[in-house]
Design a protein around this ligand. Sequence first.
Ligand SMILES: Cc1cc2nc3c(=O)[nH]c(=O)nc-3n(C[C@H](O)[C@H](O)[C@H](O)COP(=O)(O)O)c2cc1C
Length: 385
Amino acid sequence: MNSLIQDIATSTVYAFVELFVFALILLIGVGLITVLFMYVVDKTQTKHAIRRNYPVIGRFRYLFEELGEYFRQYFFAMDREEMPFNRSQRSWVYRAAKGVDTTTAFGSTRDIRGVGNVFFVSTPYPTLETDAVESAVVTIGPLAKTPYEAKSLFNISGMSYGAISKPAVRALSNGARMAGCWMNTGEGGLSPFHLEGGADIVFQIGTAKYGVRDEHGALSDEKLRAVAAHDQVKMFELKISQGAKPGKGGILPAAKVSKEIAEIRGIPAGESSISPNRHPEIDSIPALLDMIEHIRSVTGKPAGFKMVVGGYEWMDKLCRTIVERGIDRAPDFITIDSSDGGTGAAPPALMDYMGLPLSESLPAVANKLREYGLKERIKLIASGN
Ligand SMILES: Cc1cc2nc3c(=O)[nH]c(=O)nc-3n(C[C@H](O)[C@H](O)[C@H](O)COP(=O)(O)O)c2cc1C
């Protein structure tokens, strides 16, 4: 009986070993055939030079390139190394958002010796809770039918619905209401999600005039009036240029142009939406100032423009023309964007090399406005750093 059990056990073990060896040979065989197949495909294809020169092994390059981003982030990048936000800043934001302790020990790890660093002036007598006061209200566009009383010095700069998602627009509009600041729509038009939170809104008019365009892509006064009819919409900002892509219009790939986004923007769904490099009807300073006056008179609300500064000569000409035309007709505000400003999509060459950073342009523009006596009349708004 015992020897029978032993025989059965031995033959079962043999069967398993055979099965294992067979599976192993099969696996190696399939592996070899796959490698051979990849080799032939890589050697004969004409799209990727790396794969043709280094068949099979060249494929790992794409994998490592993909993974490299994560490896660098977690293992190799120093706390202050990444741009535009480094690990130190990100972890501060994560902790603050979760309401956990944001304090750190020892000194700053930021390199404070570099040129162009921004510092805030400290007071010898820090405020106590009892000294705290609301920041002074800034009146923008005192000559518009409905001037805007801006309550917050810090606000949310333009990011279109489409470039950012629905939950992001919702979160920002609710956050803006809670913080008592305004939210700029960006060039993608006004969505119900911007209004939902109840915050003040600045409506941006980009070069494609999304949300306020007629069937030919020109500014529609009727649509402009309809947007201005929302109490929440407080001001209108004409975008001349943006730090991330001076001289280039907005880019929204076809995949992002859903039916809803197409309706909000006034464009066909499922087609890439490329806005013109500039407003076709604005090719001079008087044309720019006329357009801003027109927007203010149609909407009854303050109107200004946004740009990234390239050179200062143009600012001189602009200020001179404004003074000649009379400061009542001046733009109510100018938004200066920094060359390092963010975007939803832009060519890297424009991001990296065009326009001046804010640390240089903001003081220069402020001085220009002061020089021409326009500093009080035209409010300066800044974005980027
Ligand atoms: C996702 C995204 C979308 C943006 N869309 C717009 C836009 O539609 N219009 C615009 O003028 N600027 C746009 N910007 C640029 C910002 O308004 C702002 O000028 C820039 O990011 C620098 O300011 P910040 O420091 O407040 O981000 C966008 C930025 C990001 C990150």
